[in-house]
Ligand binder design. Structure first.
Ligand SMILES: C[S@@+](CC[C@H](N)C(=O)[O-])C[C@H]1O[C@@H](n2cnc3c(N)ncnc32)[C@H](O)[C@@H]1O
Length: 173
């Protein structure tokens, strides 16, 4: 698993931020679907959606998802909201997809301080349960991408400040 910092260990850390009861769960930007197997082992009926889906992942845009509002008890997204080009819109889309009481587990790049990332979730209507700074894992991951020539123009200077990587669990009340 090499499409987000920290691999499956950081996925497990993210899911530990709030208790996850078996439920219908969606992985937004699931990529090759590597986290779906973990979610299923945890007892969830997990589906994934991605613009460039791997096997077993649905093709689709999580900003305009092909699911009814309130369809899921929980949602996961790793390293995908920022990449979509509309990070705030992605939080709003996740909020719509969750049933009341549902939890979003999100790990993402954010330009600016941790409070700014927390604000994005709050502005979408979430109550933030926990947020952790894992920028060190992001640096290690990004340096490897640079070394392998796969980094693109990801971390150009940004007016809001430096590039951080945060893990967050938040609830739709
Ligand atoms: C860095 S990869 C992470 C993949 C996966 N979450 C993982 O951790 O292995 C980002 C993924 O987000 C997907 N993505 C970006 N914007 C999307 C959107 N609007 N709708 C669906 N998928 C999107 C990309 O196609 C890509 O597979």
């Amino acid at each position: 698993m090499d499409r987000h910092p920290g691999g499956s260990e950081l996925t497990k850390r993210l899911l530990s931020l709030s208790p996850l009861a078996p439920c219908r769960m969606v992985d937004l930007g699931a990529g090759k679907g590597e986290s779906l197997a973990l979610l299923r082992r945890l007892g969830c009926e997990a589906v994934g959606i991605d613009l460039c889906p791997g096997p077993g992942v649905l093709a689709g845009d999580f900003l305009h998802p092909p699911f009814a509002p309130g369809s899921f008890g929980a949602a996961l997204s790793q390293c995908a909201f920022y990449v979509s080009g509309d990070q705030a819109g992605a939080f709003c889309s996740a909020h719509r997809l969750l049933a009341p009481g549902g939890t979003l587990y999100v790990a993402d790049v954010f330009f600016g301080p941790e409070e700014g990332f927390v604000d994005l979730a709050a502005q979408a209507g979430f109550r933030v349960l926990a947020c952790e700074d894992h920028t060190a894992a992001w640096r290690e991951y990004y340096l490897r991408l640079v070394w392998e020539g796969r980094a693109g123009g990801f971390c150009r200077p940004h007016p809001r400040g430096g590039c951080g990587y945060f893990l967050m669990a938040c609830k739709k009340e």
